[in-house]
Ligand binder design. Structure first.
Ligand code: ADE
Length: 333
């Protein structure tokens, strides 16, 4: 079985119960992404003034940054019902038709991982998004007919981690598109303080800073680390989180001060020890570390690049001086 990574930004089953409890319900309680919040406020207020549903909205950004949370907040602010589904969950065109015909005026349909919708299903969405109608094809071949059914006036909020995989016609049907960025450390710190209150855990300023530094600028990881540190402090002391027991917790959890875990370090050390720091091709890195090429490229590498620990060159990946210093290693050449 694959070992679960504590710093994996994708949602794990362990996250689900607390993620719902920690999710802010109102836009004013949502920390960070200030520009997007401002825009959403306008969108919501304008729609309310006109007495119409909001325009279809696409939210894209890395996993764990709060796309689902924002969709729920928008529904809440609009006083609308929200129906949640995802690209891979809609297997047949009939599944989507059933969802659409069961909605009411003003409802919001949230489609997570919308880039994973099948092409044939995507095509049902076009008339639904443009004209609030559902085109059903009855029969096959020359006698096939199209039956047009009116749908309620709804808004679609799509979320994706890979906007480049979305087809142009689908992307064009969203009136509003927002890109969620990684959070500032100060905002992650505020989220940790807010959520420790909801979890009834007391923590001091310096431990909030320590957890924030390791959270890869991602609220989902911050919440997960907060819970694991809380568990540690409850078992090893009276449950209060301070700098000292926070450090011990992270030592046990093997998450370093930049939020790197053993796999990140293994990748960096492999490039350093076996290939003198690079350049080395992605396929070779994957083969020597025993990971999938796509996992190295999509999951591990982005954060290491964002930290400036790895550079891309035409001849392959290179470990930077910053990473050498972080790992306490010296260049041999
Ligand atoms: N919990 C998770 N993400 C959050 C955010 N952006 N603001 C407040 N609390 C959160």
């Amino acid at each position: 079985m694959e070992e679960e990574r504590l710093v994996d930004p994708t949602e794990s089953n362990d996250d689900k119960p607390t993620e719902n409890a920690l999710r802010p319900k109102k836009i004013e309680d949502y920390i960070g992404q200030d520009k997007i919040k401002e825009n959403i406020n306008i969108t919501v207020q304008a729609a309310q003034k006109r007495g119409e549903p909001i325009e279809h909205m696409l939210l894209y950004g890395a996993p764990g940054l709060g796309k689902t949370t924002l969709a729920h907040i928008i529904a809440n602010e609009m006083g609308a019902n929200i129906r949640v589904t995802s690209g891979p969950a809609i297997e047949k065109s009939g599944d989507l038709a059933a969802i659409l015909t069961n909605l009411s005026d003003g409802d919001i349909l949230f489609i997570d991982e919308i880039h994973r919708l099948h092409k044939t299903i995507e095509e049902i969405l076009y008339p639904a998004m443009e004209d609030n109608v559902l085109d059903i094809i009855i029969g096959k071949g020359p006698s096939a007919r199209t039956l047009r059914i009116d749908l309620p006036k709804i808004s679609i909020i799509g979320a994706t981690t890979k906007v480049s995989l979305l087809s142009a016609p689908l992307r064009d049907r969203f009136g509003v598109i927002h890109h969620l960025n990684f959070y500032e450390h100060a905002d992650i710190e505020k989220i940790i303080k807010r959520n420790s209150g909801i979890l009834n855990t007391s923590l001091d300023e310096s431990s909030a800073i320590e957890i924030a530094r390791r959270s890869r600028r991602t609220p989902r990881i911050a919440n997960r680390l907060l819970k694991r540190v809380r568990d540690y402090c409850e078992v090893k002391s009276d449950g209060t989180i301070n700098k000292e027991n926070c450090f011990s917790a992270f030592e046990m959890l093997e998450v370093d001060e930049h939020g790197l875990d053993w796999i990140d370090r293994k990748i960096l050390e492999t490039i350093i020890d076996k290939f003198d720091g690079g350049p080395v091709g992605l396929n070779t890195i994957a083969a020597t570390t025993g990971e999938d090429v796509s996992t190295v490229e999509d999951v591990y590498e982005p954060y290491l690049m964002q930290l400036g620990f790895i550079d891309r060159s035409p001849r392959g990946r290179i470990v930077t001086d910053i990473a050498y210093r972080h790992l306490g290693k010296k260049r041999l050449k």
